[in-house]
Design a protein around this ligand. Sequence first.
Ligand SMILES: Nc1ncnc2c1ncn2[C@@H]1O[C@H](COP(=O)(O)OP(=O)(O)O)[C@@H](O)[C@H]1O
Ligand SMILES: [Mg+2]
Length: 442
Amino acid sequence: MGLRDRLEQDRTGQRRDMAQGVAQWRTRLLEEVDLDEMAALDVPQRRARLEKVTDHIISREGPVLSARERAALIRRVVDEALGLGVLEPLLADSGITEIMVNGPDDIYVERGGRVHRIESTFASEEQLYQTIDRIVAQVNRRVDESSPMVDARLPSGERVNVIIPPLSLTGPVLTIRRFPRAFTIDDLVQLGSVDASAGVLLAEFVKARLNVVISGGTGTGKTTMLNALSAFVPAWERVVTIEDSAELRLQQDHVISLESRPPNIEGSGQVTIRDLVRNALRMRPDRIIVGEVRGPETVDMLQAMNTGHEGSMVTVHANSADDAIYRLQTLASMSEVKLPFETIRDQINSAIDVIVHLNRGADGSRRIGEIAVVASRRQEAFKLQAVYRFEPDPLKADRIVRGRIRRSALPENLQRRLFGAGLETPEPFRAGDPPSTFQGAP
Ligand SMILES: Nc1ncnc2c1ncn2[C@@H]1O[C@H](COP(=O)(O)OP(=O)(O)O)[C@@H](O)[C@H]1O
Ligand SMILES: [Mg+2]
């Protein structure tokens, strides 16, 4: 074995020793504390109490440690006793957007768009399984060979996916997506995700009840954008939100949030996004907001957008704005009612006003790549017209994404709609570069 390998093995060994020490102190701690007394305390009080007891136990029975080592050990023992062990400090760190556990020794986190491996480990595979059990038990599921793949959610809202052997060849794998922070459109402008004039334009689109599709890949910020745009829905409107796992946090009072439900262990009781969209239509909504359309519910959404629920919004997984519109067509054709393509195209052309496409750059930065309006009518082939586009420069050695923004005039009919709603089209979109168009195949 080479020196590098041996050093690596030593470090892994040390981390493991530390982790096993933590498990042992945790057991001691749980012997000492009065669990009944603990139940009456809130979480910060519980933590304070456990820290005190752990401190006593370690002073009495533990090794001599520096103040720093001691504080770190106490913290880890208490984290372990309180819930999800090594994951707790990661969950407490708001800079972390994703936590990925690839077996007990391999934990990665995403911070500021970049993924890196961290030092902490689980004591053993068994401890990782215990943590997984604890997480999935909260949603009344279990993970075992017969159901080796489970989606769950932490009480704090984080989405968790678990996949274990035999499906995973890497051992038990746990992926936690942080409950996304709620950004306002101003925050997104500050972050450089969109420029200020386009921020105003998008807000006006929502106020003027345009139907908006937000598209992008996984983790590009679709839900975040949807949440930010939802802030411009007037307070008096009745909004129904529909999601697979509730992430949106609308600030208005008159909001009803619905969440779909996967089948239970026996395979029954499933409630799909489509079921919820159909139900929502009987709830007298002014607008319907769907977290992500993935299937036949797309047809129902298009119908809703065409029949008095203008101002509705959905997100869709796609690689570009024009990919998004074709994807809506494909999804809509998944309905059991087989609609002719021309009909679907007609519905999309009349329902969708705007597509906001999000990109994630090589440096992890998330931004609006394109705002495109649907310029095709009725059964015409799709035609999108970009009114805003971020064009990245070639990547330099520092791998920071830079580029230029191109804006074009908003088509007349939409400028009129904004005007009709008492809004003024922001200056750069009144007239501009000749519109750049995308023409779809007939
Ligand atoms: N414009 C942005 N700038 C920085 N971080 C962002 C931005 N938009 C989203 N994020 C973060 O990226 C992660 C993924 O965002 P999310 O909206 O859930 O993406 P999606 O819905 O496309 O999967 C979240 O942690 C979120 O806080
Ligand atoms: Mg999302």
